[in-house]
Design a binder for this molecule. Structure first.
Ligand SMILES: [Zn+2]
Length: 384
């Protein structure tokens, strides 16, 4: 057996189906937290438990990770199959960690990435995931949240007067865990500015705080422009690391700053429930649920800040030159979709709308005369 360098990519296929397969805020929050905690914290912990393993994390975020592993083929398989199993347990079979690997030599990052992704796709096709709860015997009924079939064991699955399957119960339990979640990160950022906020319990709690029209909310969905095309041109690990960190970090800072400016600065909102919830944040994706009247201000601020932050990072770091030349010195941009509705509208409807609007915004941006191969101006599409 020979030791080689491998690029391993991992991700959670059908992540949205798992996280947003319910209309309850707590379960969505819990599902997000399960994935974030596993990908950002647990995997790093697991690697620390294997000090003999030479592994380098290139990037983690948005439910995915890239690693350079210096090991035998067999060892790489063992390590990631073990993680796969642990993740399946953590989500009670509700979601799966999928991964792929390819040999990596310096300077061929793009090629190795393509091959590793192909390997991951092959694995998934050979072994598609069917989310399930195991059924042995006993009374069978539907889960009050996802509608999946469950076995009743002496009311073990009761939560909030609802009967839940293993998958949904675990999500609910996780929603109140204290390790890093999107809210904890926001709260830390705001604490640093002397602002204390509490987390809403339900989507209705957010709608309740709308000043202009009670109960009206919005879902803002933002996504980076032309990211895939830029990634395809990256040839070194250093450039990939710089790029993914810049995107991941800038979208987080832009989101936190925009929420602070929209909800906290002018109101001095101390120890109050913040009428916003970050549902997804990482990679180049952002999904925020908030009161309707603040949605536009928030979206515009996020877009402006993201562009300014990425441009600044590229102007100040050596690795940035490579990207600035492709982006005509303009920095990265976002497209945004905003769906407006009442807070009791099923979340899945709002999400579908926001996703569709985001796609329209992307298309409009790419058709803008100022667009080039790697750059598109920011567009926002919305629907009331
Ligand atoms: Zn369920």
């Amino acid at each position: 057996m020979t030791i080689k360098k491998y690029l391993v990519v991992l991700g959670v296929p059908s992540i949205k189906k798992y996280v947003f397969g319910t209309d309850r805020l707590k379960e969505i929050r819990g599902a997000s937290a399960i994935i974030e905690d596993f990908i950002r914290n647990r995997i790093a912990e697991y690697f620390r438990e294997l000090p003999q393993l030479q592994i380098e994390t290139v990037f983690v975020g948005g439910g995915s990770g890239h690693y350079i592993v210096h090991a035998e083929d067999k060892t790489v398989k063992e390590v990631f199959i073990e993680l796969e199993g642990e993740f399946l347990k953590k989500t009670c079979g509700g979601a799966r960690l999928n991964w792929g690997k390819a040999e990596y030599t310096k300077g061929n990052y793009h090629l190795a990435l393509k091959l590793a992704e192909l390997d991951a796709t092959r694995k998934l096709e050979e072994n598609p995931l069917h989310a399930y709860s195991q059924i042995h015997n006993g009374f069978i009924r539907e889960c009050d949240s996802c509608g999946g079939l469950i076995e009743i064991k002496n009311g073990k699955y009761q939560y909030d007067n609802r009967i839940l399957c293993d998958i949904c119960l675990e999500k609910t339990k996780y929603s109140s865990q204290t390790r890093k979640t999107f809210f904890n990160n926001l709260s830390e950022y705001l604490n640093g500015k002397g602002i204390n906020v509490k987390q809403p319990d339900t989507f209705e709690d957010i709608g309740e705080q709308a000043d202009i029209r009670k109960g009206y909310v919005a879902l803002v969905y933002a996504d980076g422009n032309a990211m895939g095309r830029l990634i395809k041109d990256i040839d070194t690990q250093e450039h990939f690391r710089f790029f993914s960190h810049t995107v991941d970090n800038s979208i987080k800072i832009a989101c936190h700053e925009a929420l602070n400016e929209v909800f906290c600065l002018d109101k001095g909102q101390h120890s109050k429930v913040i009428p916003a919830e970050i549902l997804m944040l990482g990679g180049d994706d952002l999904l925020v649920y908030l009161t309707a009247e603040k949605a536009f201000a928030f979206a515009i601020k996020v877009a402006e800040k993201f562009n300014a932050l990425t441009r600044k990072e590229m102007e100040t770091k050596d690795e940035g030159d490579f990207f600035l030349s492709k982006l005509e010195s303009k920095g990265l941009t976002l497209s945004l979709g905003i769906a407006f509705d009442k807070s009791h509208t099923p979340f899945s409807i709002l999400l579908d709308q926001a996703e569709e609007l985001l796609a329209y915004a992307k298309k409009a941006g790419s058709e803008d005369p100022k667009s080039s191969k790697f750059y598109s101006p920011e567009y926002i599409d919305f629907h009331i």
